[in-house]
Write a protein that binds this ligand. Structure first.
Ligand code: PRX
Length: 644
């Protein structure tokens, strides 16, 4: 049995989908034939969701970087793998061919080896969006070290927690990172994160901004020196060589921390073969990628979108991936459109929050920009509202580019539900149909499948019935946490934490999280995490955090805070609280609104009734539902009256 790897028509999608469900092992084995293996698998899939245990391509041996780089060299060595557009448009663009990428990744691998990094060791990467970040990731993968990339906006405390959880011994960072007009002092944040740390032995520092940094003898070393030394070691007779580590299909490839409904972020673990195959297959099919096209994903590699759809998916497909260091509004709100025009970008993949923010500048920043190279547009990270969808379609795609609305999560590795560009129909604000191999199901609170009685649209909690190759394998160091978070809510199902609608044609529309997780500007933040951070402030007794609709961010953060002591200046106290949250988590978690309250609506058993707080934050002051179970119903009126 053989399937066409790249789906060309709606009929082919239907056929591939049917086969992938009826014979998943044969389907994925056929897709896996398109990759380079040191040894083929013994068994395509073993799984049960009880433990959970999921193994794809067990027994197979490979190295992901041989698939992302080496196998393209003979035919496409001089093709650009990465195009790097710097923060400052005046600075030189860097074009990294597959040959050059190969050399750099071999150098990084050698550098890591020289510093004692071995297969299975955890390497924390805290860098800005420079090509060296991609080299660092792939260098780890080449020697089998497990990378844990931390987004450059996280605080020292967040890094410290992640370093400890992963027991990381190595860090790769930059002196600083450019972000619009700002310089983020990354190395200095790392220094703070390392106070009291007992595991980290080496910090490799890449020079980007030339801001002064401290360098501790015996611990901190310069990337440039190490890379130069490594270069001499890997060059033999004019050829570049660094033997890639042979990995088992199920060896971990990376850890990526993400927020959940509890206070502590989880280290989501993805493994080599399944992750590679799934990101590659979804990249090629969702964007309908054609060889030679220029593909631009605006995400940061600190998030899963950057891992899967800047680095691993595109490079394993031999694509040209454009990497951008800056922000959409610097030096002006035409930055994305300049980049599209300058590099003749064919595929643009961005987030609704970016679209909404750029919409606010009107169409002036688009004037004089030639966007005619664009063929496909994509959206990721949160539900795209119809207004943003139409603006994107009309002003950017000029009504001739399909928009793919891609639903997925850190835990899923790649896209699970999306239309396929130009192949399956789009429907504004609907993610539409599942990818081949993906079996969604909507369930009610008791885990019972919601079945339509007529041709009506149904609603429920979005689960998956069976594993796809990119499914989360474990949460680092705590498998039970993985089970309780994703596989225990409903028996025999993976639970996404999202609610969804399904129409009579089988299209899905994601309605948002049904747990205590917020999605702020496409970034996942747990309410408990923000509450913990607010509660660290000396004057705070208790807090409750909820989301509310925000025009640009999608969701804003609304905090209700009980103070133990009121200072003369409430506004200053608010600023102190914001600063505290920035220090504990990072600026991305700062509440948009802080309301000081006398009490929180609690039941007699002490449970906060968040439903009421959510409604008040949303401005829905009537119909708060039954408040008779509250210990002190009068606090509700007070909160309502002082609403911000
Ligand atoms: O709520 C969903 C939302 O983002 C969550 C996953 O966040 P994260 O793991 O950080 O990954 C973001 C990049 C994939 C989901 O649980 N989400 C993501 N994509 C969409 C979405 N909501 C609606 N529509 C989407 N296309």
């Amino acid at each position: 049995m053989s399937y066409s790897y790249q789906i060309q028509s709606l009929e082919q999608y239907k056929e591939a989908y049917k086969q992938s469900i009826e014979q998943p092992e044969a389907f994925w084995a056929s897709i896996a034939e398109h990759f380079a293996w040191r040894k083929k698998w013994d068994k395509v899939l073993n799984w049960n969701f009880k433990e959970p245990k999921v193994e794809w391509f067990k027994g197979a041996k490979l190295n992901v970087t041989e698939n992302c780089i080496d196998r393209h060299l003979a035919t496409d060595g001089e093709k650009p793998a990465l195009i790097w557009e710097p923060n400052n448009p005046e600075e030189r663009v860097r074009i990294v061919t597959y040959n050059r990428l190969h050399k750099r990744v071999c150098q990084v691998a050698q550098m890591l080896k020289n510093n004692g990094v071995k297969k299975g060791d955890r390497v924390c990467i805290y860098m800005g969006m420079v090509p060296e970040l991609a080299y660092a990731i792939l260098g780890c993968a080449r020697i089998g070290a497990i990378h844990s990339v931390i987004f450059g906006g996280f605080s020292a405390q967040s890094i410290a927690d992640r370093l400890e959880d992963a027991k990381a011994e190595f860090i790769i960072t930059c002196d600083g990172a450019y972000r619009g007009e700002k310089i983020i002092p990354l190395k200095s944040v790392i220094d703070d994160a390392l106070i009291g740390n007992k595991t980290v032995k080496r910090v490799i520092v890449y020079t980007r901004t030339r801001i002064p940094v401290s360098m501790i003898k015996g611990r901190d070393i310069w990337w440039e020196d190490e890379m130069e030394h490594a270069e001499q070691q890997i060059e033999k007779n004019g050829k570049i060589h660094f033997e890639a580590e042979e990995m088992d299909a199920e060896d971990p490839l990376f850890i990526l921390y993400t927020s959940g409904s509890t206070g502590k972020p989880k280290g989501v673990v993805h493994t080599c073969a399944g992750y590679m195959i799934f990101t590659n297959y979804t990249f090629v099919n969702v964007f309908n990628y054609q060889q030679g096209q220029i593909y631009f994903c605006t995400a940061d590699i600190g998030w899963v979108t950057g891992h899967s759809y800047i680095v691993y998916g595109p490079l394993s497909a031999g694509a040209t991936s454009l990497m951008f260091e800056g922000i959409p509004t610097y030096p002006d709100a035409g930055r994305f459109w300049d980049i599209v025009d300058k590099h003749k970008v064919n595929i643009l993949y961005t987030a609704p929050t970016a679209i909404r923010s750029l919409m606010g500048f009107g169409t002036k920043p688009l004037e004089g920009k030639n966007l005619s190279s664009l063929k496909v547009l994509g959206s990721v990270g949160e539900p795209i509202n119809e207004e943003a969808w139409h603006w994107y379609n009309e002003n950017i795609g000029k009504k001739k580019c399909p928009i793919v609305d891609t639903w997925w999560q850190t835990e899923t590795a790649g896209i699970l539900i999306s239309n396929l560009a130009g192949i399956t129909p789009s429907k504004p604000s609907w993610a539409t149909l599942p990818m081949p191999g993906v079996q969604p199901v909507l369930v009610d609170e008791n885990g019972k499948e919601v079945i339509p009685t007529n041709n009506e649209t149904i609603a429920g909690n979005l689960c998956m019935k069976a594993p796809w190759p990119g499914i989360i394998r474990t949460t680092y160091g705590d498998h039970e946490r993985c089970r309780t978070n994703y596989f225990a809510t409903y028996e025999e199902l993976y639970f996404s934490g999202d609610g969804a609608l399904k129409d009579a044609e089988g299209n899905y529309r994601i309605t948002g999280r049904v747990d205590d997780v917020l999605n702020v500007s496409g970034h996942r933040i747990g309410t408990a995490e923000v509450e913990n951070a607010i509660n660290m402030h000396t004057d705070v007794v208790e807090s409750a955090v909820v989301g509310y609709p925000h025009n640009i961010k999608g969701q804003g953060i609304y905090a209700y805070v009980i103070l133990g002591k009121h200072n003369a200046d409430d506004e200053l106290t608010k600023k102190h609280i914001l600063e505290t949250v920035s220090k504990i988590i990072g600026a991305i978690a700062k509440p948009d609104k802080i309301q000081f309250v006398r009490g929180l609506p609690k039941t007699r058993s002490g449970k906060i009734m968040r439903r009421i707080l959510r409604k008040i934050a949303e401005g829905e002051l009537e119909n708060l539902g039954d408040t008779s179970a509250l210990l002190d119903p009068s606090v509700v009126d007070e909160i309502k009256n002082n609403r911000l």
